[in-house]
Every structure is written in C-alpha cells, then in structure tokens.
Design a protein around this ligand. Structure first.
Ligand SMILES: NC(=O)c1ccc[n+]([C@@H]2O[C@H](COP(=O)([O-])OP(=O)(O)OC[C@H]3O[C@@H](n4cnc5c(N)ncnc54)[C@H](O)[C@@H]3O)[C@@H](O)[C@H]2O)c1
Length: 343
C-alpha cells in the first residue's frame, strides 16, 4: 500500500451493530469499505448494497487479500477470538467489538497473538471517548479534586425474550459467554477500572432475576470493588428493568463529586452543583443521532482514532491488554458469586 492508496476495510457480521461500523468507515477520508461478510448470504448482500461494496460469506477469504488491511469484527462473542487470531496471523489489523473473547482463556490467547503480530488489535470500548469520560479523566489526571474516595456505576436496561430470540447466540454460555456482565455492563466495568485504576478485589453476585426461564446466563449482577490506590467501587447492572435508562456514574473525591446523568457531567462542590460537560451532538448527514443514547454514541470517534493509529503505526490505546481487564473482573465476579452460593 502506498501513502496515496486508501486503507481497505472489511466488516464481518452484519447484524445490529454493523451500521455503526460501516457508517463510520464510510465517513473516514482515505478508508474504503471493500467487503462486508456475513455467514447468512442474504444479510451480507443486503448490508453491502448501500455501501456499493462486495458481499462475502466466509471471513477466511479476507486472509489472502492484499487490498484489505483492517477488519472489523461484529460477530457473536464466541467467534471473536478465533477470527482475531486468524486475521492477526495474516497481518490484518483487527478492530473487534467487545468483548475481546467469550471467556478469559480465549482472551489470553488473543493477547499472546496480538503481542506476536505487527498488526494492531483494538477493542471497541467506545464510551471511553464520550465527552463526559474524557472530562472525568482530566479531573483524575489533574488531581484538582484531590484523592478519589469511591465511585459507582449503575446500569438499568431492558432486554426481553424477543431480544434473545432474535439472535440465539445471546443468552448462552457457549456463545455469549455470560449475560448482562459480558454484553451490556462490560462498558461500565471498563470505565470503572479506567477511572479507578487496578482492581485488587471483587466481591459480588449474579442472578437471573427476570429471564431465568429464557437464558442460561445472568440478567443481574452487583459487586463491591477495591482499587489498588485505596478507592472503593460499587457496581450494579441489570437487564431486567422495563426501559433503557442512561448509565449513571458517580465519583466522590476529597474535594467534590462528579455525577454523570444523561451523558452530562455535573460537579458538586461546597453544596453547589454545576454542569462541567455536556455531550456534543453526534449527528449523521441526515441529522440523526449516531448510536443509541444508552450505548453511548462514540463509535465514530473510536473508529477514527483506530485508523489514525493504523496509519501512523503507533499503538492504539485500547488493545488486547485493556480488553482482558474487564474479562478478569467478570471472571472474579463469577468466582465470588459461586463462592457465596456454596457457603
Ligand atoms: N459497542 C457496543 O455498544 C455494542 C452494541 C451492540 C453490540 N455490540 C457487539 O457487537 C457484536 C455483534 O452484536 P450484534 O448485536 O450486532 O449481533 P447480531 O446477532 O445482531 O449480529 C451478528 C451477525 O453476525 C453474523 N454471523 C454469525 N456467525 C458468523 C460467521 N461465522 N461469519 C460471519 N458472520 C457471522 C450473524 O449472521 C449476524 O448477522 C457483539 O460482540 C456485541 O457484543 C457492541
């Protein structure tokens, strides 16, 4: 590839999240979406049409193609590790949707591959790019509010029987690898550890409160976290609410408290609350909001940043090591829950 040639991209998996990846690629200068892949030929064809690109049904056909440098993985969780491994070995840069893999051992194996490869591996934790998350990191790095004492993350979303029936890989240990933790609340766990630093202990439990007859995995989880620097964390997540409300985050410092509500960030100091950050409108050409308000709408920002790193050859910050951290937290939470149950 010469400097003038566009970077060739492919997206594998043409389901719910596909439009955010394909749409983001389409907006980038110097990047061309060349192929979309889905094992269901009708889905691949339908997805390819608006982007005037090729449709394929087997991602392995990408391995030998010199015109494809970056592959996005938007497939069910249990396919991420194997696909990322094959693609990295073929020298392709991989941007995988979360989670890095459907369980810890598979994620460790991808990390080993990523360390051996010249190509980059990125994990989509787009909420790190939300304006409020960036502002929280600024407060943490500048230490203007003093020591972080405690933080909490609350996820109350709605996933019903129809959501699980729609894509049968969901709700199963073998294919989703977990429930609310690995699929929905993984973003919030990622933010809690990104803000609070290394987690040294996780105590909590998981249950299937509302969907026990429908799914094998948990729909609800809570945990108490201890961070290396002394802060404490509280985490609660459920798919058993009747609507999707925006994630709530709170960070209590010696000198003030930050709250994220509706993606706005407020600072309370000396009894006075002020708005310190509001999300910029993230609109497409038709003026519609990109992404879903409760997912966050920063896919475009993350994807643009990933391509900047591919172009410059510098390491993208959210690599396999970062992807592994949330899977370790989730594994610890399951361990804690099992230990309690057996007491
Ligand atoms: N970052 C976020 O906020 C966010 C939001 C939603 C979904 N996701 C993630 O995106 C991924 C996909 O989720 P989804 O909701 O779009 O799932 P989905 O079930 O809607 O789509 C998955 C697609 O992959 C296809 N597929 C299955 N096996 C395949 C194979 N071997 N080769 C090619 N295609 C194959 C299916 O036919 C389907 O079209 C998951 O990892 C999920 O966690 C992330």
């Amino acid at each position: 590839m010469t400097m003038q040639e566009p970077i060739g991209a492919a997206v594998v998996g043409c389901g719910a999240i596909f439009p955010l990846h394909a749409g983001a690629v389409q907006q980038l200068k110097g990047v061309q979406l060349k192929v979309v892949v889905d094992s269901d030929p009708a889905k691949a064809k339908e997805a390819a049409t608006p982007y005037s690109c090729e449709a394929a049904t087997d991602y392995l056909t990408l391995l030998d193609r010199d015109d494809i440098q970056v592959v996005h993985l938007c497939t069910p969780h249990h396919l991420h590790a194997e696909m990322a491994t094959q693609l990295l070995r073929a020298g392709k840069h991989v941007l995988t949707e979360k989670p890095l893999a459907h369980h810890l051992e598979a994620a460790e194996s991808v990390l080993a591959e990523a360390r051996l490869s010249e190509a980059q591996l990125g994990v989509v934790f787009q909420n790190r790019y939300n304006a409020s998350s960036q502002k929280i990191r600024e407060f943490l790095e500048s230490k203007t509010l003093g020591r972080l004492i405690c933080l909490k993350g609350i996820v109350t979303w709605h996933r019903d029987e129809a959501y699980y029936a729609d894509s049968p890989w969901r709700g199963r240990w073998s294919t989703e690898g977990g429930g609310v933790l690995i699929n929905q609340a993984i973003h919030t766990l990622d933010l809690l550890q990104w803000f609070g630093g290394e987690v040294v202990s996780v105590q909590g439990s998981v249950t299937a409160d509302a969907l026990g007859d429908v799914i094998e995995v948990e729909d609800t989880a809570h945990a108490s976290l201890r961070f290396k620097d002394g802060a404490r964390g509280l985490f609660y997540a459920t798919n058993a609410y009747l609507t999707n409300t925006p994630v709530e985050l709170e960070l209590v410092f010696e000198g003030g408290t930050l709250h994220q509500r509706n993606e706005n960030l407020y600072l309370t100091r000396d009894g006075h609350e002020s708005l310190v950050c509001e999300p910029p409108a993230n609109l497409n050409d038709a003026g519609q909001i990109i992404g879903k308000s409760y997912w966050g709408s920063s896919h475009q920002l993350l994807i643009a940043d990933f391509y900047d790193h591919v172009r410059s050859g510098t390491r993208f910050a959210i690599g396999a090591e970062e992807g592994l951290k949330t899977l370790r937290l989730i594994a610890e939470l399951y361990r804690s829950s099992r230990t309690r149950d057996s007491r």
